[in-house]
Design a protein around this ligand. Structure first.
Ligand code: DGL
Length: 281
């Protein structure tokens, strides 16, 4: 029987997956996490499925060697392209971010016109579309890649005129032409643009009770909630009654620990005391 006091492994192509880690820390405060950010090989968004599968399997094996009880694939691209391959390799529960995001969007939409934004890899995989249509065959899904958002966020250009311009360039036509009422932020970095997107698109956070305007679905949040259900179903929820302290979590990166630590603290407010370098081959 797996020990439910073991940590949860979380991985991403780099710093972006910290948006998922932050939701896990907020919503499952008694769980310890081990995070791996593949900062040496980021971005994943424009790489082939074979490469993403190879990288994801390596990371999953590394996390398993650290004795995790479950794995969360925080990266949308890796969730879209490598979730089944990782699941086949491991005999612990593995969750990705795509299904929770797709499920929330089908719950949220009123007119069945759902938009998806993400990396080229995520959009080209068609997985959000497939899962949404499996859940609601009447839904119409419109997807577009917004690759520059990743760099803008990493440059700290969150509420910046260039970012605002790119939001309108990427999204105005897509939303208007297709009468989209629900938009999935299908990339780890996009939840950091949520307030700017809401202001610029006349949108709101999914589930906040607003009845009009576009609903923005944050798969990072939805995944933390789905992870809780998955742990419960597998009898793996931690029995701890007191929250885990920041220094009990561990972070590994394949390059440049200092930049990672700074991004975690400055942009996400996550105190990442233990960041170690781990090169995977
Ligand atoms: N983490 C990636 C994702 O969510 C975005 C960054 C990248 O391209 O690696 O798809």
């Amino acid at each position: 029987m797996t020990d439910n006091s073991l940590p949860i492994g979380v991985f991403d192509s780099g710093v972006g997956g910290l948006t998922v880690a932050r939701e896990i820390l907020r919503n499952l405060p008694n769980e310890k996490i081990i995070y791996f950010g593949d900062t040496a090989r980021v971005p994943y968004g424009n790489k082939s499925a074979d490469t993403i599968i190879r990288y994801s399997k390596q990371i999953a094996r590394f996390l398993l060697s650290k004795e995790v009880k479950a794995i969360t694939i925080a990266c949308n691209t890796a969730s879209a392209l490598a979730l089944s391959a990782v699941r086949e390799e491991l005999d612990i529960p593995v969750i990705g971010v795509v299904k929770p995001g797709a499920t929330a969007a089908t719950r949220e939409t009123r007119n069945n016109h759902i938009g998806v934004i993400g990396t080229k890899g995520t959009v080209n995989s068609g997985l959000y579309e497939k899962l949404i249509c499996d859940l609601n065959p009447g839904a119409e899904v419109f997807s577009t890649a917004c690759p520059l958002f990743v760099n803008l966020v990493e440059e700290g250009m969150i509420d910046d005129p260039i970012t605002v311009q790119m939001i309108h360039r990427y999204l105005d036509d897509m939303i208007d032409k297709n009468d989209i009422d629900t938009l999935i932020l299908g990339c780890t970095h996009y939840p950091l643009l949520l307030s700017v997107l809401a202001r610029e698109l006349g949108a709101h956070r999914a589930g906040d009770g607003s009845a009009s305007g576009i609903s923005l679905v944050n798969p990072a949040y939805e995944t933390a909630i789905a992870l809780k259900d998955m742990l419960k179903a597998n009898d793996l929820l931690s029995d701890r009654t007191e929250p885990v302290a920041p220094e009990e979590h561990s972070y590994y990166v394949s390059d440049d620990a200092a930049t990672f630590r700074r991004f975690a603290e400055d942009v996400l407010g996550i105190r990442a005391d233990n960041v170690e370098l781990k090169v995977l081959e």
